[in-house]
Write a protein that binds this ligand. Sequence first.
Ligand SMILES: O=P(O)(O)OC[C@H]1O[C@@H](O)[C@H](O)[C@@H](O)[C@@H]1O
Length: 305
Amino acid sequence: MDAQLMRELEELGGEILPNSLRECDEIIIDQPSFSARIALWGGHLVSFVPAGQPDLLFQSANEGAQTRFGRRHFGVPVCWPWFGSNVEDEDLPAHGLARYFRWQLVEVGRFKNGDVKIVIRLASEDHPLIEEMWPYAFELRQVFRLGDGFSINFSAANLTDKPMPISEALHTYFHIGDTQSAEVHGLEGVKYVDKFDDNAISKQSGVVSPCEALDRVYLNAPDVLELHDPVFKRKFVVASEGAQSTVLWNPGEALAKLRTDMEEGDYRQFVCVETANALDNQYEIPAGEMHQLRLTVHAEATSQD
Ligand SMILES: O=P(O)(O)OC[C@H]1O[C@@H](O)[C@H](O)[C@@H](O)[C@@H]1O
């Protein structure tokens, strides 16, 4: 690790700790108003705990298989450059390659208002396996802004001389008290593809509740949604830019039982509200250009709902 970066991280009250998972480091940031963890393996925000509140992101005791393509079920995994299964090659892992490689820490500092800034990077040239999995040259960056809530600015640059086909998601596992009482607001009237109903197309009527046994891709979804959690008495305000789709996912009891990467009862404690471009919302990044996907999450206390 670069000595200058280490010093800057220490000045922020941060540290790098070895993590047993794939023997890859995690960045730990401890501040008076929050603590956060970013895993370099898979390059994702794992945990964000505002002082005095439960983690905004779901944590499982089950870390998943320790193999390269073993899954992890917490935080904000990055699904890129394909969302879901790879239509051209079924042997490739679901949800792309970005969550299966080690990202590099490239910048540590603060924004003008004092928020913590952490920047990590992954490029196609970083690992020969990346180039085997996908025939495009790229550079990805994530700028994490940590303060009153968090934001992730994910950018992808196409370094090839051909258009790059992209479907993607910031696959946020929101930590909730109970799927049965949680509600997603803001998708009323939006069309969705229901993967649990043979990809039937439906239109959302009313709020989404309960948030259990769902696998839906909402197309051309609005930029701001709310997730209400009456158990923890808070609501998440989830805002996005550069994303046309919202995916809601929770495996429900029966599917969760079949998974080897979740503990019993885990599925009641999270719903994924994913900032995405999927199915009809997939797109191309022109040669030499880049695309940005931004996610901002704030948690607000609620009294009665
Ligand atoms: O287990 P994974 O690969 O992380 O995927 C979890 C789920 O992610 C969701 O985004 C998909 O819509 C689901 O179909 C999928 O099952």
